[in-house]
Design a binder for this molecule. Structure first.
Ligand code: COI
Length: 354
């Protein structure tokens, strides 16, 4: 592909539409384990209509991003953490676990081949999407005997890059995303499809995202489906963060984990403690909650401005991006783009991209 054609495709990339030219594929079978790792041109798959992944949802995925660092090399943010989470997700769905080193090698191979697709403009990135699904054609309801790992990559501006206003979020009080003992903490395909109807309903109410509540009492805030949530409590000079604790129903976000550390670097403690809707509403009314934001690989750090429920709506803080959210967002993005020292060893530099 010519540089000109590539630049044209990267101009308005959306999310998952502008794929690069290669993928990595690795097969697992019960008799041979992991084998046939190959880098090949991006192309359509041939799948059996009776493929288990399509019917029973034995499918897990990941999301991580690559950036052109300030020194021109390519950096990937915390690929080891994504690899480990994919292993945990796979375990939950009775799937084979790809070794962490093989995962990182696949990331390196793809980025070396598709180096030209890694954007250098701040705000843009190359999103890597590892996918593992049961590819066996056999519809017995048991763990499959054959799986396919695919690593693909696409250019993106981020899902909220063109969102000028802070998020307006919808409290979903009828459906639930995850129940205790379920798969909420796994990054599996089946956690996403059931959220789409509520997301559609949120849109109809002029909201950008759904806030998911716990399945038992329907009163505790959990996450936003594709992203985690943080609350910033006052006083403004010494803020403290609150984020719901991981208890099996919440996705353990790599961005969530990174922000807890970055906040600590700034002297801001994070309390991993439950926040109810009533507490959220009261803290905003009483002025103790100054800010709230969503975070994730795709979402980065995005402020929440307004909360809408069936009975009322309220504004968080000033309804705009506050200083704590901004500082955390900047600190994270400075690491992504290599404009701040990588003191936590989170940036994996792709060999041969210097
Ligand atoms: C990510 O942030 O990488 C995600 O996987 C969320 C995505 C489903 C939009």
């Amino acid at each position: 592909m010519t540089g000109e054609h590539r630049a044209e495709r990267m101009r308005t990339p959306g999310f998952g539409r502008v794929l690069t030219e290669h993928i990595v594929s690795i097969t697992w079978t019960a008799d041979r384990g992991w084998h046939d790792a190959v880098l090949r041109p991006y192309d359509d798959l041939r799948l059996a209509p009776a493929c288990v992944g399509l019917h029973y949802g034995q499918s897990v995925f990941e999301g991580l991003k690559a950036y052109t660092l300030a020194d021109g090399r390519v950096g990937v943010f915390r690929p080891d953490a994504a690899a480990r989470r994919m292993r945990r997700s796979a375990r939950r769905l009775a799937m084979p676990q790809l070794p962490e080193a093989v995962f990182v090698d696949a990331v390196d191979a793809l980025l070396q081949a598709d180096r030209a697709w890694v954007p250098s403009r701040r705000g843009q990135s190359l999103y890597l999407r590892p996918l593992l699904f049961a590819s066996e054609a056999d519809l017995s309801l048991r763990p499959a005997h054959e799986y396919t790992f695919l690593l693909m990559a696409f250019v993106t501006d981020g899902i909220f890059e063109h969102q000028v206003k802070p998020l307006r979020v919808w409290l979903c009080e009828d459906h639930v995303r995850a129940a205790p003992g379920g798969t909420g903490e796994a990054k599996c395909a089946g956690n996403y499809a059931p959220t789409l109807l509520s997301q559609q309903q949120a849109k109809e109410r002029g909201c950008d995202q759904v806030v998911w509540l716990d399945a038992v009492e329907r009163s505790w805030v959990e996450e936003l489906g594709g992203m985690n949530i943080f609350f910033v409590m006052g006083p403004a000079e010494t803020p403290r963060l609150v984020t719901p604790p991981l208890g099996g129903t919440i996705l353990p976000g790599v961005t969530r984990d990174s922000l807890i550390t970055l906040a600590a670097d700034m002297g801001w403690p994070t309390l991993q403690q439950p926040m109810s809707v009533a507490q959220w509403r009261a803290a905003c009314a009483g002025g103790e909650m100054l800010e709230a934001f969503a975070c994730g690989t795709a979402a980065v750090v995005t402020p929440i401005g307004t909360v809408v429920s069936t009975s009322d709506e309220w504004v968080v803080g000033g309804g705009a991006m506050g200083p704590v959210t901004r500082r955390l967002r900047d600190a994270l993005m400075n690491l992504h783009y290599g404009t701040a020292p990588d003191t936590h060893g989170w940036v994996h530099v792709v060999p041969g991209t210097g």
